[in-house]
Structure formats: structure tokens, C-alpha cells
Ligand binder design. Structure first.
Ligand SMILES: Cc1cc2nc3c(=O)[nH]c(=O)nc-3n(C[C@H](O)[C@H](O)[C@H](O)COP(=O)(O)O)c2cc1C
Length: 448
């Protein structure tokens, strides 16, 4: 054996040296494999410390807490403390979305004004909101309506009840005759093509398919960018066809003849239900595009309801007066919503107005059971339970799904819905609710 061979054996047989060698190897492997990170503000930027980010001046091996404090997320401008470590699996789901973002936007570094989806107004101080526009996923104006949704939910507390017989809670539900895994539905959203690199059809499909994969039902929105598109080529209807009708189309309140044609096409595509988002009447995006949706009379709503065999949803109700008129027009589902605070600033939070609407229409004047959905600010399964306790039969979740549908597709949408299921289960166990029927106002109280 050569001398050098001898010495390498003796180096490695020394226990301290052996340990150091193992540590060095492990460090090198860690460097090679890298830890994986995700921007929690835009949910698009991913970082692999094994590769670094040369375009942003970040060397291989550094993790976000070690980035210079002047660093900003290249997609949305968030700071380094908004980056969280994620699993390899989540990274692999997200990475294609970021690659696609770079390709389509041509951007590698952050420039102010990319409305990539800051949801939390506190997360991006200094990122100016264009006057009169809901920035990315944010609310309109000063964001009061948007924040009121969150604050209204925040005021309610859940009451634990733990000295009862343990049972696995059952939170499966049935929406318009379809069995679903939980009383949570994917909110109708559109317009993401205006603020990201996704097409309207792909976005709608990701929501519908993600909801289907999670055992529930997604809704689609309707952007005024599509007004004038032949109804059969309308992106939400094309997306609905791709999931064999497993979804709901909500259309903007536009000309009656156009709406009736859209409803007809949706019915032909096998939709579970159709509806209109009355609160879209003031949509800033539509105004920007020079296409104006408008309010509807009770008679016009009745005509829409009569134009289809499908259940008819009236979305955007925030008070008992409108709720009663919508029922008079024949609505089957009342969707209590302020459009996530994206149309009119300074509306109340939905959790604050829901009880008044529920009290007015729980037993409808004609004895028909009206289904009530609520949305706005629902971020966890605990929020879901609060809305159900306040009288909603189902809740719609918006932004958390949109933030996933753009970069990680249907799988990402499913992942969020699966998290919600876990919270719902925990909340039901902790409040001693074994079934959905047992969730009522007795399990919440309001903190004044
Ligand atoms: C980006 C975005 C686009 C939306 N587009 C529509 C739409 O086209 N039609 C509609 O009925 N509602 C639309 N909404 C409102 C949602 O259906 C829902 O009411 C709202 O997102 C719920 O609030 P949350 O996002 O806090 O969960 C949109 C919401 C967002 C965030």
C-alpha cells in the first residue's frame, strides 16, 4: 500500500476526524440538495438554497434569513422574513409556476407595481395601490371592506366543550343534490389573467378541478374581458366542460339576452347550478375595460331564473332587503358576500351581517328551503366553523385558492382545501360537534 493510502486510512480511522469528515460530507450534501423556500406573500417565488439565485445576487448555500435585508421577492417585493421553508414535494409543485412566471413576464428581479397577489395590506408597505383598483388580490379603495371581513371573523371566539363522549366528526355535506366532502366550496373568481400569467380558462379549470379532487365543488367567475365572446367560447364554460360539468358558473350581471345565452350554454355543459354576482355591478376591472355590468330588477332576476332548469344563485347579498327580493325572484341559493371587498369600500364584514340575513330568510316566505352561502375572509377551517355557527349552510373560499391556482394548479387548490378539512375536524372535536347540524350559535361568542 502506498504511503498516502496509509495516511488517508489513519486520518479516517481517527474518531474525531471521522466525525468531522461525516459532518463535511453532510454539509456538502445539504448544499447540493438545498433547503426549499416559498414566498408567503405571492406564493409564486420559490428558492432552492442548493442553487442560490444568481439573478438576485444570492450565492448557493444561503437561506432567506441570511439574505441581505435589502433583498426583495422578485415576484411581489416581499421582504426576506416572508419566505418560509417548505417540503421538497411542495417545492416541486410550485417550481413550474415560478418558471412560467419568469418566462411570461420576462422578469427575474422585482420591479414595483407587479400586482402578483399581496393579500395582506401589512405585508407590503410601500407598494402603492393604483387609485381606484383592487391591487392583485387585494381589496378596493383603502381595503376597509376586505379588512372588515377578516376583522368580523376575528371578533368571534369558539367555545370548547370537552367533557362529552368522543366521536369522529362527520362533516360531509350535500350541495344541490351532490355529495361533497365538507361544506366548503371554491368561490367564483376571474380576472387573474389581468394580474398574472395565467389564462382565464386555465384559472377556472384549476379551481374546478382542484375542488373536484378535494371532493367538493368549485364556482367560476366571469371577467368583463370576455364580454362579447360567443357564449360557447366563454372561458368559464370551456373550463366547466373539461370537468364534465362538475361546477357552478356565476356570470356578471350584464345584458339580459347575453346572460340568458350564457346560462343556456352552461346548462348544456352540465353545470350543477348557475347564477349572477349582482355585486359585480360596480366592478373596477370592468370599468377599466370600458364594459359595464349593471344592477338587476326583481323582474329581470325572475326572467333569468325562469330561463333555466338549473338551481339559480344570487351572489353579492349583504342585507335582508335584497335577500327577500332575490327570493321573491325565485333564487334557490343566496350567496352572502361583499365580493371579498373588491367592489365597494367600507361595507361591513360578512360575519357581521350574516345573522341578519339568515334570520330574514331561514324560513322563506313561500316555505321553500333557501340555501345560504357566506364568503369573505375565510382562511382556515376555524373560520369555516364560525360562519356555519352564524347560520351559513356552506362557505366559499376565494383568495387562498386563487393564490394556489395560479402557480401550482389544481393540486395546489386541493392542498389548501385538505388543510381546511383538518381544521374543521379539529374544531368539531374541540367544540363537541359530531355533525354539521350540531354547529350553531351555542359554540361561538363575540368578544366585544
Ligand atoms: C381575484 C378575485 C377575483 C374575483 N372575481 C370574481 C368574479 O368574477 N365573480 C364573482 O362572483 N366573484 C368574484 N370574486 C369574489 C369571490 O367570489 C369571493 O366573494 C371572495 O373572494 C371571497 O373573499 P376571500 O377572497 O376573502 O375568501 C373575486 C375575488 C377575487 C379575490
Amino acid at each position: 500500500m502506498s504511503k498516502s493510502g496509509d495516511s488517508s486510512i489513519s486520518r479516517l480511522s481517527n474518531p474525531n476526524r471521522l466525525a468531522n469528515h461525516a459532518l463535511r460530507q453532510a454539509f456538502k450534501a445539504k448544499l447540493r440538495n438545498g433547503s426549499k423556500w416559498l414566498c408567503t406573500v405571492c406564493n409564486i417565488y420559490v428558492y432552492d438554497s442548493g442553487k442560490g439565485d444568481p439573478a438576485m445576487g444570492i450565492k448557493q448555500g444561503l437561506t432567506p434569513p441570511e439574505f441581505p435585508n435589502t433583498w426583495r421577492c422578485p415576484v411581489c417585493g416581499a421582504t426576506r422574513d416572508k419566505q418560509k421553508e417548505i417540503s421538497e414535494e411542495e417545492y416541486n409543485q410550485k417550481a413550474p409556476g415560478y418558471e412560467n412566471f419568469k418566462k411570461v413576464s420576462g422578469r427575474k428581479t422585482w420591479a414595483p407595481g407587479i400586482p402578483a397577489g399581496a393579500d395582506n395590506p401589512d405585508a407590503l408597505p410601500g407598494l402603492a395601490q393604483e387609485y381606484g383598483m383592487p391591487l392583485g388580490l387585494r381589496g378596493i379603495g383603502q381595503g376597509f371592506s376586505y379588512l372588515n371581513n377578516l376583522r368580523a371573523l376575528e371578533k368571534f371566539r369558539l367555545k370548547t366543550r370537552l367533557i362529552t363522549k368522543h366521536q369522529e366528526p362527520d362533516f360531509k355535506a350535500e350541495f344541490l343534490g351532490r355529495k361533497i366532502s365538507m361544506p366548503v366550496l371554491g368561490a367564483s373568481m376571474s380576472g387573474l389573467s389581468l394580474v398574472s400569467n395565467i389564462t382565464e380558462e386555465a384559472f377556472a379549470y384549476n379551481i374546478l378541478e382542484g375542488c373536484r379532487l378535494a371532493g367538493t365543488i368549485g364556482f367560476t367567475g366571469n371577467t368583463s374581458k370576455d364580454f362579447g365572446t360567443p357564449a360557447e367560447k366563454s372561458p368559464p364554460i370551456l373550463a366547466l366542460k373539461r370537468v364534465n360539468g362538475w361546477g357552478v358558473n356565476i356570470f356578471k350581471p350584464q345584458a339580459q339576452d347575453v346572460l340568458i345565452e350564457l346560462i343556456k350554454q352552461s346548462e348544456g355543459a352540465g353545470a350543477i347550478a348557475v347564477g349572477t354576482d349582482l355585486d359585480g355591478a360596480g366592478s373596477a376591472n370592468s370599468t377599466l375595460l370600458g364594459k359595464f355590468p349593471y344592477r338587476k330588477t326583481t323582474d329581470e332576476l325572475r326572467e333569468l331564473k325562469k330561463s333555466t332548469r338549473l338551481p339559480f344563485i344570487v351572489k353579492g347579498i349583504t342585507n335582508k332587503e335584497d335577500a327577500l327580493l332575490a327570493i321573491e325572484a325565485g333564487a334557490d341559493v343566496i350567496s352572502v358576500s361583499n365580493h371579498g371587498g373588491r367592489v365597494l369600500d367600507s361595507t361591513p364584514g360578512i360575519a357581521d351581517v350574516l345573522p341578519e340575513v339568515v334570520a330574514a330568510i331561514r324560513v322563506s316566505p313561500n316555505g321553500k328551503k333557501i340555501i345560504i352561502t357566506a364568503d369573505g375572509g375565510i382562511r382556515t377551517g376555524y373560520d369555516v366553523i364560525k360562519m356555519l355557527a352564524l347560520g351559513a349552510d356552506f362557505v366559499l373560499v376565494g383568495r387562498p385558492l386563487a393564490r394556489e391556482a395560479v402557480p401550482s394548479g389544481a393540486e395546489g387548490v386541493k392542498r389548501i382545501l385538505d388543510y381546511l378539512k383538518q381544521d374543521i375536524r379539529t374544531a368539531m372535536i374541540m367544540t363537541s360537534c359530531n355533525t354539521l347540524d350540531e354547529i350553531n350559535e351555542s359554540i361561538i361568542f363575540r368578544n366585544h
